[in-house]
Design a protein around this ligand. Structure first.
Ligand SMILES: [Zn+2]
Length: 270
């Protein structure tokens, strides 16, 4: 019995190794890059147009901004400049609803635990209409506020990922532990890695950890200025852009929608 089990286990190990090897298929990016990378910022915080835009434009790179109308309204003129300089504008809901464990949301009796898919769909489409009307672009990408992808609680919990898959080409989460395998990742739940509160050395170490399988690495931040819990350090960002642009480092940099479209056309799903 033991012998039979051993043979079975050995065979299974060989089969699973073969299957793992078959599962890995390389992925080719433009300019012989080994990885794709996107730089993204959430919430349309004012420091993104006050500090970040000049850095991005100076180096001629395009980022993806996941925006909510309540912040755009206060700086509409500046956000129009973000559009005209070729950056991607994406949807981040109207209400920025997250789990009610965030005190400031729960106090208003507003939270993902307390809402419905119908309410949330309207909230997302209201943001979409605002962006189309005031910025003249139609977002194809979405980021889940706080990275939360559910509504309700316990047995009544529902995912709102299908809602995002219905209305957008991509949905991005937050605070993940992996990059995206181009042949495997779900475009409605793209992962992202935090760049807020990190030094250049820490970000480079993180990038090196996530280069396997020709991954697509999506970086995500909030404010841009002096390093802090929700602030991407401006000097780090500039150094990082120069690092990513250096062809010797093997990255193809693009907006989320540009890279998603490229991968969708060429992926070999398994
Ligand atoms: Zn947010």
């Amino acid at each position: 019995m033991y012998k039979t089990l051993l043979v079975f286990c050995t065979t299974f190990t060989v089969i699973s190794n073969v299957s793992a090897a078959q599962n890995y298929q390389g992925f080719d990016y433009p300019n012989k890059a080994t990885n794709a990378i996107s730089i993204t910022f959430d919430d349309a915080r004012h420091s993104q147009v006050d500090t970040g835009l000049a850095i991005l434009n100076k180096h001629h790179i395009k980022a993806t901004f996941y925006v909510s109308p309540f912040n755009i309204k206060e700086r509409l003129h500046d956000w129009k400049k973000v559009v005209t300089t070729g950056h991607e504008i994406a949807n981040h809901t109207s209400s920025h609803l997250c789990t009610g464990n965030f005190e400031w949301l729960r106090q208003q009796s507003l939270s993902l635990e307390q809402t419905s898919l119908k309410w949330l769909e309207k909230d997302i489409l209201d943001a979409q209409r605002y962006i189309i009307k005031h910025l003249g672009v139609t977002p194809r990408a979405f980021a889940y506020p706080c990275g939360n992808t559910f509504i309700g609680r316990g047995l009544e919990t529902q995912s709102y990922v299908p809602l995002i898959a219905k209305h957008f080409d991509t949905g991005r989460t937050w605070l993940d532990e992996t990059a995206n395998n181009p042949n495997f990742t779900d475009f409605a739940q793209l992962t992202s890695l935090r760049i807020d509160d990190m030094t250049f050395e820490e970000v480079i170490a993180m990038l090196k950890q996530h280069r396997e399988n020709n991954s697509w690495i999506i970086l995500a931040g909030h404010e841009i200025g002096e390093k802090g819990q929700y602030t991407t350090d401006a000097a780090m960002l500039e150094e990082l852009i120069q690092y990513i642009k250096d062809p010797r480092n093997g990255y193809w940099l693009g907006t989320v929608s540009d890279i998603a479209n490229y991968i969708k056309r060429r992926r070999k799903p398994f």
